[in-house]
Design a protein around this ligand. Structure first.
Ligand code: ATP
Ligand code: MG
Length: 343
């Protein structure tokens, strides 16, 4: 048992000492879990006479403070009863009667300390997880960039070269064999589609247009492309066309829009989506409103809602907010607000 402070006539003095069980009077109490007292401290065989706090001690009484499981949490150590030779059985009984209250106070304090450190640990592990998620996202973006580059530069260019060769061959075949020529033309058309698909995938993977054309134009492109592929009408309203945003928040909003649109296509059963981009000098707000079945309260909080979690994390990483809500009879609204740093 460790003692850190020692009170003498109402004043606390620092005193760092750990009693081994069985050593000195507190050690004896620790071991036997019953009170110990003496009126002749100078000649007491249990008392440790070499400790500075034990100088000038005439009488002493030491009673244990037990936990509800019977372990010693602490002890009362009272010395030198005034105007008397030593402590009585009544004194001892009074201290023993006080012990349960002290025990509850100590156990509460210990539980509180444990809760505090558990909370700190939880907070720390949460921070670590967030850092890990953020790092994972950086790595994913790098990988996407790499794949987009390979797709665009290698596959895209090879396909374009093949298309030209095919066109050259088609021109030569068409005069000699009509049927063969038509087949070759059909392959050329398929190649055109393939080249467009590769370009689209590359752009979705690494929206270079964010750098070239800015956020507003990129959002319009994404909405238009989405409409073409899904048949869901996707209207965009950009109130501030030239939102001057660095790449990080632009990419965040672009990725959130990608996930929000994918969710509409997968879950909403919607016919119409309205995408709005508003900006003030302090914030940029993206809103995606579909006219589908509307997200239910439970769905947004599901453990497997990784898409929603990712959107929220992205927004929060930049100090922003993310909100998704179903409006009865009026689909779902996703709102993302990102603060803009003023220079
Ligand atoms: N626009 C929407 N309309 C209706 N329900 C939606 C909409 N967006 C999300 N949801 C509901 O919220 C759930 C969670 O979405 P979330 O994007 O997190 O997961 P997911 O799309 O099912 O899977 P993934 O992790 O691949 O994104 C969806 O399964 C769906 O039930
Ligand atoms: Mg999703």
């Amino acid at each position: 048992m460790t003692v850190r402070k020692y009170f003498r006539q109402g004043r606390a003095s620092p005193f760092e000492y750990t009693w081994p069980a069985g050593r000195g009077i507190p050690g004896w109490v620790l071991q036997h879990k019953v009170p110990y007292g003496t009126s002749d401290a100078a000649h007491d065989p249990v008392m440790q006479h070499d400790l500075p706090i034990n100088v000038d001690v005439r009488s002493i009484i030491c009673t244990p403070i037990l936990s509800s499981f019977g372990e010693v949490l602490g002890y009362f150590d009272i010395r030198n009863k005034q105007d008397a030779e030593g402590f009585t059985v009544a004194d001892q009984d009074m201290l023993m009667a006080l012990a349960p209250a002290a025990s509850i106070a100590i156990q509460n304090a210990l539980a509180y300390q444990q809760r505090l450190s558990a909370e700190t640990e939880l907070q720390e592990s949460y921070e670590r997880l967030r850092a890990l998620a953020a790092n994972l996202e950086v790595v994913r973006e790098e990988e996407r960039t790499q794949i987009a580059r390979e797709l665009h530069d290698q596959l895209g260019q090879a396909l374009t070269a093949m298309k030209f060769d095919l066109a050259w061959l088609t021109n030569r075949i068409v005069d000699k064999d009509e049927a063969l020529g038509q087949r070759a033309k059909a392959v050329t058309t398929q190649m055109d589609t393939m080249i467009k698909t590769v370009r689209r995938i590359a752009t979705e993977l690494r929206p270079g247009m964010l750098d070239d054309l800015g956020l507003a134009a990129s959002i319009e492109w994404l909405a238009h492309d989405f409409e073409k592929r899904t048949g869901i009408i996707c209207l965009t309203t950009v109130t501030v066309p030239d939102v001057p945003l660095p790449r990080a928040p632009s990419l965040t909003l672009f990725r959130i829009l990608q996930e929000a649109l994918t969710n509409v296509a997968r879950h909403a059963n919607a016919q119409l989506i309205e995408v709005r981009l508003d900006a003030t000098p302090e914030t940029v707000t993206l809103q995606v409103h579909d006219d589908g079945r509307g997200i239910q309260a439970g769905e947004a909080a599901g453990l497997h809602s990784l898409g929603l979690l990712g959107m929220r994390e992205r927004a929060q990483r930049l100090g922003g907010t993310f909100d998704i809500r179903g409006v009865p009879g009026d689909g779902t609204i996703v709102t993302v607000i990102i603060p803009v740093k003023s220079n």
